[in-house]
Design a protein around this ligand. Structure first.
Ligand code: MN
Length: 343
C-alpha cells in the first residue's frame, strides 16, 4: 500500500525543533541535498543544516540567542549532561542529543554498518531531549546533518564522569563529539569532572557557562577546540583556572582473564587506574593542584618536528634495471576505487 501520506505525517510528527524546550525558531536551513541516486518510496535525504555558526562577538550583540548542541558519552540519563544543559540554558537555546547508553572510550567512532534509531526522551527537568543508539559522534552528526532542521553556534560535550587528561583525549567519546563538531566547522568544547565517590558538578557547571561564553564571544580557529578538566573541588575551594598543554598519561592496564560458565576464557582490560606525569604547565599538574585545566587542542595532528626530519631521509625506491622491460602501460588501467566508507 502507498505510504506517502503516512510518510508525510511521520515527517511532520518528528519535527523535533518545534518541541524543544527552548522553543528555538526553525529558520536556519542552509541548503538542501541533491540526491545523486534515485530514492525509493519513503526515502528522502534530510536537508542538511551543517556548519553555519554565527560570528563570535559579545553576547549582548547577538541578534538572537546562540544555539547550543549538548551531548556527552555517558548517555542521555547522565547527571553531568543535565547539569551542562541547565548551565548553558542561561546563555543560549539548548538542544540535547546524546547516546542511549554509556559510550565512554568510544573515541571518534561513527556508525556505518547499521542504521540509527533516535528516540525523544523526557529529561529529568521535564524537558525533551533526544537519544540515539549510537556514539557521541553519531549524535553530533545527526544534529549537523539536519535532524533538528537548524544550524548550531556551539557544541558542548560532557560533563563527563571522570577526567580526560593527556592521552585520554584519544580514547574519549566526550572529546570525540567535540572533534566531530569542529570538523563540521562549528566551535566546540569538551568538559570532564574529576571525582572521588559521588561527583559534585557545581564548579563544572559554572565553568561550562564561562567557557561557552568565551568561545561565543572570541571564537576558535579552524580545527581548534577546548578540552576542559575540572578538579574535584567546590566553587569555594578550587585554586583558579590554568591554560595548559596536554600531559602524558601513564596507563597501568592489565589483561584480566576469566572463565565463562562453559569454561571458555574471556577478557577485561583491568588493572590499577592510570596516573599521569604532572609536569608544570600540563593538564595533570593543574588538576592535581586543584585548578581547572583548559587545554587547547587541534585536529591537525601533523608532527612538525618529524616532518622536517623526514626530508633528510631517502625516499627513492631501489633503482630498477633499465634493461628489463617495465610494466606495460594500459589505456584501460583500472581507476582507483573510492572506499565507500571513506576510511
Ligand atoms: Mn564518559
Amino acid at each position: 500500500m502507498s505510504t506517502d501520506q503516512e510518510d508525510a505525517k511521520g515527517r511532520h510528527e518528528r519535527s523535533p525543533a518545534a518541541r524543544a524546550a527552548s522553543g528555538a525558531p526553525v529558520d536556519a536551513l542552509t541548503g538542501g541535498h541533491d540526491a545523486a541516486s534515485p530514492l525509493a518510496a519513503g526515502e528522502r535525504y534530510v536537508p542538511s543544516a551543517r556548519a553555519t555558526p554565527r560570528e563570535a562577538r559579545p553576547l549582548d550583540e547577538w541578534e538572537s540567542r546562540p544555539r547550543i548542541l549538548v551531548t556527552n558519552d555517558d548517555g542521555i540519563e547522565s547527571r553531568g549532561l543535565l547539569i551542562l544543559k541547565q548551565a548553558l540554558e542561561e546563555i543560549g537555546d539548548v538542544f540535547v542529543m546524546a547516546p542511549d547508553t554509556n559510550q565512554s572510550a568510544v573515541g571518534h567512532a561513527m556508525t556505518f554498518m547499521r542504521p540509527l534509531r533516535v528516540r525523544e526522551r523526557t529529561l529529568t527537568d521535564g524537558k525533551p531531549g533526544w537519544s540515539v543508539d549510537g556514539s557521541p559522534t553519531d549524535a553530533v552528526s545527526l544534529a549537523f546533518l539536519g535532524y533538528f532542521g537548524i544550524s548550531f553556534d556551539l557544541v558542548a560535550s560532557g560533563i563527563n564522569y571522570g577526567s580526560n587528561l593527556g592521552d585520554d583525549v584519544t580514547y574519549s567519546g566526550t572529546v570525540g563529539a567535540a572533534m566531530e563538531s569542529v570538523i563540521s566547522g562549528c566551535p566546540a568544547f569538551a568538559i570532564s569532572q574529576e571525582f572521588v565517590g559521588e561527583p559534585n558538578f557545581e564548579l563544572a557547571g559554572q565553568m561550562a557557562k564561562l567557557v561557552a561564553r568565551n568561545i561565543l564571544e572570541h571564537g576558535l580557529g579552524d580545527g581548534e577546540l577546548l578540552n576542559v578538566n575540572v578538579p574535584a573541588r567546590s566553587v569555594d575551594t578550587f585554586s583558579g583556572v590554568e591554560i595548559t598543554r596536554m600531559g602524558k598519561r601513564v596507563y597501568q592496564d592489565q589483561l584480566l582473564e576469566r572463565l565463562d560458565p562453559r569454561g571458555t576464557p574471556y577478557y577485561w582490560f583491568g588493572g590499577p587506574p592510570p596516573t599521569g606525569v604532572a609536569d608544570a604547565g600540563t593538564d595533570f599538574h593543574a588538576v592535581g593542584n586543584g585548578k581547572v585545566a583548559i587545554t587547547p587542542i587541534q585536529l591537525d595532528l601533523t608532527a612538525h618536528r618529524l616532518l622536517k626530519r623526514l626530508g633528510g631521509w631517502s625516499w627513492q625506491l631501489p633503482a630498477s634495471d633499465p634493461t628489463e622491460p617495465g610494466p606495460q602501460e594500459s589505456a584501460e588501467a583500472p581507476v582507483a576505487q573510492q572506499d565507500p566508507l571513506g576510511s
